[in-house]
Design a protein around this ligand. Structure first.
Ligand code: SF4
Length: 372
């Protein structure tokens, strides 16, 4: 499948299913505000399989990410990977770094056709990662799982959250991503939802410098680099004279992920109880897979359609010449203004000749970290 041929008005590049909110960890940034116990109203195995059948209607090779919480907190997680693979989906998984994530389990996942393992590392050492994840031993268990992933022949992705608490760790995490032989580093710029509301984001100016740095990393590193909830990485890269988009190199990461996906536009999220959102960080629902088709919701729901229209954007994003390649984080706009079409307050850029209101720069007041 050539990802460039995919029409994001018709299908998402990435369809995330939060199979459960249960998790042994209690990470500081957790969007799901995960809890130790599974929710009694989670989609059942039968409902989950029906949902995967529907997702297959998007077309051959639809990418589905089983996420959480910890997806492996469900005892049918491996069966769901197996089922999705057998009907022609590309199944990937984002398990939590816990003692339950054993090399045997990783090997079993590889055997049933998992296409990629994505693990989170938010600090370059056990001390910093475990503090962020609120669990001693998580770093060691995550590194063990990363090595098992490589031994099982699975492509490895490392996810990292950028906020005031983790930003100084980025160079060390970059080195770790290389040491672990990952194919992709996915760098998530904090959106204040769930437990992440109590964390300090970075300022727009600092975000700009991080994106410039990431652009250099992408040029030099043996792995791909993409950003999440920071599409202005594309503007930064374009400004630096590159023909780039948000996700870094398009075809070197093993999944063939095309660049430039944002909430509702190439991206959809299904919650543990079946509610459909444009992103896990944008808590406006457009329907539920228990009684509607995910394909119909994605293609036709008013919320999704408006998020795919760059001319519907408001404020400086609406006036910006980069809105067709960037458009800003719709999740962050919603978190700060209650309107998903408003401007993204993490972006430092002000379009030429724009003299309208600027988004609240509350990040700046809260950014107490040192400069790079
Ligand atoms: S103003 Fe909005 S559309 Fe323009 S670069 Fe910034 S975030 Fe992107």
């Amino acid at each position: 499948m050539n990802p460039k041929e995919i029409d994001t008005a018709k299908r998402p590049f990435v369809l995330i299913w939060e199979v459960t909110q249960a998790c042994e960890l209690a990470c500081k940034h957790c969007r799901a505000d995960a809890k130790p116990q599974r929710h009694p109203d989670e989609l059942t195995t039968v409902e989950g399989r029906r949902f995967l059948d529907e997702a297959r209607q998007f077309g051959e090779g639809q990418l589905v990410v089983l996420s959480g919480g910890d997806p492996l907190a469900r005892d049918d997680a491996i069966d769901l990977v197996d089922y999705g693979t057998n009907i022609g989906l590309r199944m990937t998984l984002t398990p939590s770094g816990t003692a339950s994530l054993t090399p045997d389990q990783v090997s079993e996942l590889a055997d049933v056709g998992l296409r990629r393992m994505a693990l989170s590392i938010d600090g370059g050492s056990a001390a910093t990662h475990d503090d962020f994840r609120q669990e001693e031993g998580s770093f060691e268990q995550t590194v063990r799982a990363a090595k098992a992933t490589k031994e099982a022949g699975l492509p490895l992705q490392i996810n990292t959250t950028v906020c005031a608490e983790t930003i100084d760790e980025l160079p060390a995490v970059r080195d770790l991503v290389a040491d672990l032989d990952a194919v992709l580093w996915s760098v998530f710029f904090l959106v204040p939802v769930g437990r992440g509301r109590v964390l300090d984001p970075i300022s727009p100016e600092r975000a700009e410098r991080v994106m410039e740095w990431l652009s250099d990393v992408r040029d030099e590193a043996p792995f791909g680099v993409k950003t999440t909830e920071a599409p202005h990485y594309r503007r930064v890269a374009i400004d630096r004279g590159r023909n780039s988009t948000e996700s870094g190199r398009p075809s070197s990461d093993g999944i063939g992920r095309r660049m430039g996906i944002t909430a509702g536009n190439g991206f959809a999220f299904v919650s543990h109880v079946g509610d459909v959102y444009p992103s896990g960080f944008l808590p406006q629902t457009a329907g539920n897979v228990r009684n509607e088709s995910i394909v119909d919701i994605y293609r036709n729901a008013e919320l999704f359609c408006s998020l795919r229209d760059p001319n519907a954007l408001r404020g400086k994003c609406g006036a910006c010449e980069y809105r067709h390649v960037c458009g800003g984080s719709r999740s962050r706009a919603f978190a700060y203004t209650g309107d998903p079409l408003e401007s993204d307050p993490l972006c430092a850029y002000v379009p030429e000749n724009y003299d309208g209101p600027l988004p609240e720069q509350s990040f700046s007041r809260r950014d107490s970290t040192t400069a790079d």
